[in-house]
Design a protein around this ligand. Structure first.
Ligand code: AMP
Length: 306
């Protein structure tokens, strides 16, 4: 399945994406995570992206498109993927459509996780992430048992540098201006579904999977039927080609010409009908005549005539 998760920063689409990865065993591609990895590794790309990220602005399209193209080329995406945080504007969505069309793997669903702006603010500024196992907490809604320590592995929790109030404000503004228009973009393609992103994570996930099962599974079934019909057709064509080659060989053997010439001749004269070997002219033998005495010794008689 090929899914885009849409939603404002803090809508919880990253959390839902991780649950989908576990359930459907397909990879999540988060441009935010990929960019943070580049920043942490101190690469040129990371250095380029950091200023925009810290300001809550979008990184340039060429940078994220390059990352997505490289990620889509990896073999683990063949069975599907969940895009999280990409596309972030209309040009990115158009480029994604073009990339997926070239791969013959169009998007099947754009799922919007919808959350009101005031909730988003608290979610983002209160968010803390475990630097070791990736578990996510919120100091307002789901605080860890011990302040700043992961309940699962005990590692220190981190506060993302772009989760401060000013940057969060910018990120939400950028979302409204540049990313929200994608809702209508995917609605026009008939691929948009919406889920309310408030309440228990498990309840939201149940709604998410219900949508996926009803939107993608029937489509996958239809695609499966189309693919097996195409496979049957291809097998039939292959069998016909094999039979034609065999017939050409047989014709060449019969006519004692190389198979290539026989195939050309066969192609010109239509289907090859196996000819029976030419019949030998049957000469009816006369029944042996009873030997007459005259005919039996003509030479001897002639000598006597002398
Ligand atoms: P996220 O973790 O998805 O909220 O992304 C964090 C930051 O990375 C964003 O505020 C942007 O600066 C940058 N970013 C992530 N994805 C994209 C994208 N598709 N296009 C441009 N910038 C992005």
């Amino acid at each position: 399945m090929r899914i885009v998760l849409l939603g404002a920063p803090g809508s919880g689409k990253g959390t839902q994406a991780k649950l989908l990865v576990e359930k459907y065993k397909i990879p999540q591609m988060s441009t935010g995570d990929l960019l943070r990895a580049e920043v942490a590794a101190g690469t040129d790309l990371g250095k380029k992206a950091k200023a925009a990220m810290d300001a809550g602005q979008l990184v340039t399209d060429d940078v994220v498109l390059g990352m997505i193209q490289a990620r889509l080329a990896k073999p683990d995406t063949k069975s599907g993927f969940i895009l999280d945080g990409f596309p972030r504007n209309i040009p990115q969505a158009q480029s994604l459509d073009a990339m997926l069309a070239r791969l013959g793997q169009p998007l099947q669903l754009a799922l919007l996780v919808d959350v009101d702006t005031d909730v988003l603010m608290k979610r983002l500024t209160g968010r803390r992430t475990c630097g070791s196992c990736g578990a996510i907490y919120n100091i307002y809604f789901s605080a860890p048992k011990t302040s700043n320590k992961c309940d699962k592995c005990g590692a220190a929790l981190q506060h993302r540098s772009d989760d401060n109030e000013q940057t969060v404000g910018n990120r939400l503004k950028v979302y409204q201006q540049q990313t929200a228009p994608l809702v209508n973009y995917y609605k026009a393609q008939g691929k948009l579904r919406t889920v309310r992103g408030v309440g228990a994570v498990s309840a939201i996930f149940k709604n998410v999977t219900d949508i996926i099962e009803s939107q993608i599974r029937p489509l996958a079934d239809v695609m499966g039927k189309i693919e097996s019909a195409a496979a049957r057709q291809a097998a039939k064509a292959k069998a016909a080609a094999v039979a034609k080659t065999a017939a050409a060989k047989a014709a060449s053997r019969a006519a004692k010409v190389p198979p290539a010439k026989a195939a050309t001749a066969a192609a010109k004269s239509g289907p090859v009908v196996k000819k029976a070997p030419p019949k030998k002219a049957v000469v009816k033998k006369a029944a042996p005549k009873a030997k007459s005495k005259k005919a039996a010794k003509p030479v001897a008689k002639a000598k006597k005539v002398k």
